[in-house]
Design a protein around this ligand. Structure first.
Ligand code: A2P
Length: 258
């Protein structure tokens, strides 16, 4: 999985999404993250086809919308919308109804070749452990909101312990964290932008990260994160912004449970 991807949550289906994915692919991104719930898989598929880039060069993730019954049947519908034969990664979008019921369908999607690998999103430590107890094929990824303000140390440690890759969504705090004093100060001192500092904070830990933007210049800016580093002191200063107390939770607001 390439460390940097484009996330297309809250990107409108149609021109906006096709353009965002096209910009990203033109700028060298080879990792696109969509979901059934985003309603923009068709646009992602269209941009991939129009790019002319070979299928195997791009890592494509989609997510099972857990208000459906059957993850394998839903995967087939995703593939039709995407116009692909397989996705590289298929994850349960959130553990609605519990962490285990959907997993046999996820395993079936993998067995059938609809997904090269399977994982989860928004699963906390306890939910991961319940899933690992019943899984024949363990999840390879837990995609969660992760950034210096939500530095989920206990969840990261549990993922590492179980050889699950923690993947960071909302690395910019959906834009909120771009104006923090510490982030701005560090950005000025390394002559980079706040977005680049926040993305680099993940890259420094080898955490795959999927910033979202619809603007070509920002998509380009967010990818220029492999030609500078943050010092240990700068990383520690960013770590201290955590407001979750190093939580093992994946979400402070579980929108799916009542
Ligand atoms: P836009 O899509 O209008 O460019 P996250 O990845 O944490 O969800 O954050 C996404 C938000 O941050 C979006 O509102 C996006 O706006 C904005 N954003 C993404 N990249 C940048 C950037 N480099 N500079 C400023 N804002 C950005």
């Amino acid at each position: 999985m390439p460390l940097l991807g484009l996330g297309v949550w809250q990107v409108r289906d149609g021109r906006e999404c096709v353009d965002a994915v096209r910009f990203a692919l033109e700028l060298g991104y080879r990792h696109i993250d969509t979901a059934q719930a985003y309603g923009n898989e068709e646009s992602v598929g269209r941009a991939l086809r129009e790019s002319g880039i070979a299928r195997e060069e791009v890592f494509v993730t989609t997510k099972f919308f857990p208000r459906q019954k059957d993850a394998a049947a839903a995967a087939e519908e995703s593939l039709l919308r995407l116009g692909l034969d397989y996705v590289d990664l298929y994850v349960i979008h959130w553990p609605e109804g519990g962490p285990t019921w959907a997993w046999p369908g996820m395993e079936a999607a993998r067995d059938r070749g609809q997904a090269r690998s399977i994982g989860v999103s928004n699963f906390d430590v306890d939910e991961l452990e319940q899933l690992l107890a019943i899984a024949e094929v363990p999840p390879v990824v837990d995609q969660v909101q992760f950034n210096p303000y939500a530095f989920r140390r206990k969840l990261l440690a549990a993922c590492e312990e179980h050889a699950i890759v923690l993947e960071a969504y909302s690395p910019l705090g959906t834009g909120r964290h771009l104006t923090g004093e510490t982030v701005e100060k560090i950005a000025a001192s390394v002559e980079r932008t706040p977005a680049q500092v926040l993305i680099r904070w993940c890259i420094e830990r080898d955490i795959p990260v999927i910033p979202k933007s619809t603007h070509r210049e920002r998509i380009a800016e967010n990818a220029r994160v492999f030609d500078f580093t943050l010092s240990r002191d700068q990383l520690e200063e960013l770590d201290e912004l955590d407001r979750t107390n190093g939580t093992g939770r994946a979400q402070e607001h579980k929108w799916w449970s009542g």
